[in-house]
Structure formats: C-alpha cells, structure tokens
Design a protein around this ligand. Structure first.
Ligand SMILES: Cc1cc2nc3c(=O)[nH]c(=O)nc-3n(C[C@H](O)[C@H](O)[C@H](O)COP(=O)(O)OP(=O)(O)OC[C@H]3O[C@@H](n4cnc5c(N)ncnc54)[C@H](O)[C@@H]3O)c2cc1C
Length: 391
C-alpha cells in the first residue's frame, strides 16, 4: 500500500506492479499528481494548459523515461523549444549574461576545480565559483528560482546532480497535456488500484503489517506500507508506531510557494518569447512561461510567489506590471499553494539515520526530500525503496 499519489508514490506503485504486485494507492486529493499539476484554462478553441507546479523534465530522467517507455508514451513527449530565461532587476527585464560581472567571473571560475560541493551551502559553493557579487545579483536569484525558495542555505550537492542522458530522447520535454498527463497515465493502468480523496490520518502496527485509518473512517490493512508524503505529514502519522523515526522526520523543514498562473492573448504582452523570468529581490522567485510549447493564440505564465501572504489583488497587479499588460488582458487566473522541502547541510546524515531506522521493516519512505527535489530524484528514491521492500 502506498500513501500519496505524487510522482514518488505513483512511481513506486508502478514499480511494484512491474514486479507483479497489485498495489493500493491512497491519495488525499481528488486528483493524482501532487506537484505535477497542469491547470486547464477553458478557451473557445479548447483547453490550454499551464503548469501550477513542475514545468520541465529532461532526458537525464532515466527512471521517468523507463516508466513512460513501459506505458508506450515515449512517442508522445512534447519537446520544449530552447528559449532563454531573463532576469528582472531594477524593474527591467535583462539578459542574464549582461548582468554578470565578467572580470569577477573569470577570476572566480578556476575555483570550480578546487571548491567541493559536498559540505557546502549553495551560497558558499556558488559564491566561490562565480564571485560574491555575481552570486548576489544574478546566480543566487537564479538558484532561488530553480528550487522556489531562498536557496542560500540549501546543500550545494542536492542541486544539479549529474545523471546520464538518453541522447535519443529530446533534451527538455513535457507531456501533451502538460506534466500532469504523465501522472494520469501512470494512474490509469488497470494493474494499479488508486483511491482518490482518501486522507490517511493514522497508522497502527499489526503483527503482519499495518492498519491505516482514513479521515472518513475507512480502514485499510497492508503487509507492506510506503509513505510518499512530505516529512512533516509522515512524522505525525508515524508518531505512535515509529516515534524515533517520526522525531527525525519532524526536523526536516518545508517551505510554501504561492503559485499564480495567468493566460493572456498571444499578442497582449510586448515581451519576446522566453522560457521564464528570474526575479532578483521581488515578491516572486520566478515566472515560468509556456512559450517553449508555443501556441499562436495564447500565452501563459506561472508566477511562483514568496509565501508572504500577498493578497490576490496585489499579486495580479504585480503580474500585470511585469508582463506589461492591462488587467483586461488576463483571460483566466489559477492559484495553487505548493510545498517543497527546505534541505539543510547535514541532510545526508538525516537520510542515513532514516535508512537505519527503516532497515528490516515493512515500511518504506519516498519523496522529494532524499537526494534532491526533482522528479527524477523522487523516482531514484522510489526505485531504492521498491528494491528494499520487494527485491
Ligand atoms: C513550483 C514547482 C516547480 C517545480 N519544477 C520542477 C521542474 O521543472 N522539474 C522537476 O524535475 N521538478 C520540479 N519540481 C519538483 C517536483 O515537482 C516535486 O519535487 C515532485 O513532483 C514531488 O513529488 P512527490 O510525489 O514527492 O510529492 P507531491 O507531489 O507533493 O505528492 C505528495 C502527495 O501526497 C498526498 N498526500 C499528502 N498527505 C496525504 C495523506 N495524509 N493521505 C493521503 N495522501 C496524502 C498529496 O495530496 C500529494 O498528492 C517543482 C516543484 C514545484 C513546487
């Protein structure tokens, strides 16, 4: 049994099914996908998707590609056009290279060969290899945009882990209805039993497994259990059965991101086609554009705001300023609250302790809080847990 129907939970359910087990997956929401969430704006010409969570997958996502291949979806991948990210600094959109201090960069870059990622924070490592001013003005905001949070204290080695690329697959891709279509395709397999709108609220240990309690009073028994939820969701669920593990998990921080996606006519904004806007010292970290999957009629932008409780009105005002459009150009607005782990130095030790406490148990933990937050990082953990629990 798997709790949580984001890519981590769907991934391990798929792997279990591949191994001949029919898993039951319980998802709190009415839809599967978690942070793979593609909103469909209604237009006279039909639905137009915009991402409310993750935006892009890469040909280095080997486990995701294997799953998509097994579902015969590799031919349906949509290549994303190569467009640039721009920087919004001092209220103007600028190219990233134009904002880098080249002399500082040239002096700092050789440190790439001497400074170690392991044991360094993002701020420590990247300031060393690009220079402190370049980090503060350009690279820091770009890295904040990558993980939708203040990235400075994040462990440097949890970002951009090198993974082998499958060169025959397009480099950057999405699905035909956005990334959520991958989650829906995994869930649609008849060999998986998926129950939506089931909020798991408690876990008891039984001699031969676990008994789960749901908010609506339903109970589920299982021999082996995998939790594919955030650490601060897993911790209270495990407080009775695994108090030591729960205590370790409750030390892992989480951050919120307030995402607002807007759709507008393709000719409404004077901005040239771009991959997205990185904001330096603004109320939002980034605005990711749908331009890499172009459409002659519409454009969409997903603004990832800092969790500062800015009102909807103020967010829309800022969006219109940045896109240089009138309010009437907004044809639709969608909002979502996302959460991501805020990993800190020493997280490797936390994961080692978690694995020690899980050893020999019929309990698994997966998610985006092990080696990194990307979709493929989730699946790498799911593979490891599937191997440990099923072999
Ligand atoms: C704004 C944003 C942009 C991103 N961009 C990218 C990107 O471009 N590329 C990339 O690779 N990664 C990206 N990521 C990261 C990646 O999308 C996530 O790390 C990943 O999708 C998380 O998957 P997950 O299954 O671990 O967690 P989630 O997707 O959070 O899924 C957890 C699931 O558990 C369910 N759940 C919670 N509590 C319970 C309960 N009590 N009972 C039952 N179910 C429960 C939730 O409803 C949810 O569906 C981005 C993330 C965000 C937020």
């Amino acid at each position: 049994m798997v709790v949580g129907g984001g890519i981590s939970g769907l991934g391990i359910a798929h792997m279990a099914a591949r191994a001949g087990i029919r898993p039951l997956l319980l998802e709190a929401d009415g839809r599967v996908g978690g942070a793979l969430c593609s909103h469909l704006f209604e237009t006279p010409e039909g639905p137009f998707w915009a991402e409310m969570g993750a935006h892009t997958c890469y040909n280095s996502y080997g486990n995701l590609l294997q799953i998509l291949e097994e579902l015969q979806l590799l031919d349906t991948l949509l290549a994303k056009e190569k467009l640039s990210y721009c920087l919004l600094a001092q209220r103007r959109i600028r190219s990233i290279p134009s904002q880098l201090a080249m002399f500082e960069l040239l002096v700092a870059l050789p440190r790439l060969f001497s400074v170690k990622k392991g044991g360094s924070t993002v701020a420590g490592y990247f300031s060393a290899i690009v220079g402190r001013n370049n980090y503060r003005r350009v690279i820091g905001p770009a890295l904040n945009a990558v993980i939708c949070q203040e990235a400075g204290e994040f462990p440097a080695d949890a970002l951009f882990r090198k993974k082998p690329r499958r060169k025959e697959v397009v480099r950057n891709f999405t699905g035909s209805g956005g990334l959520e279509s991958f989650a829906r395709a995994i869930a649609a397999q008849p060999r998986l039993d998926i129950r939506r709108s089931v909020v798991v609220t408690g876990i008891e240990r039984r001699d031969d497994g676990y008994l789960l309690h749901a908010k609506d009073g339903a109970r589920f028994e299982t021999g082996k259990l995998v939790l594919a939820v955030a650490p601060d969701v897993a911790a209270p669920l495990l407080a009775q059965t695994e108090p030591e593990l729960a205590a370790v998990l409750s030390g892992i921080g989480m951050v919120e991101i307030e995402t607002v996606a807007v759709i507008l006519p393709a000719d409404a904004s004077p901005l040239e086609p771009l991959a997205g806007i990185i904001a330096a010292n603004d109320r939002f970290f980034s605005a990711v554009s749908r331009d890499p999957v172009p459409d002659g009629r519409y454009r969409a932008f997903s603004f990832h705001f800092r969790p500062e409780g800015l009102s909807r009105e103020s967010k829309l005002e800022r969006i219109c300023e940045v896109l240089d459009i009138h309010r009437e150009s907004l044809l639709g607005v969608s909002e979502r609250r996302n959460r991501l782990p805020a990993l800190r130095l020493g997280h490797d030790e936390v994961v080692r302790r978690v694995d020690e406490l899980l050893a020999g148990k019929r309990l698994g933990l997966t998610g985006n809080w092990f080696s990194g937050v990307s979709v493929e990082d989730c699946l790498i953990r799911s593979v490891e847990e599937c191997d440990r629990l099923i072999g």
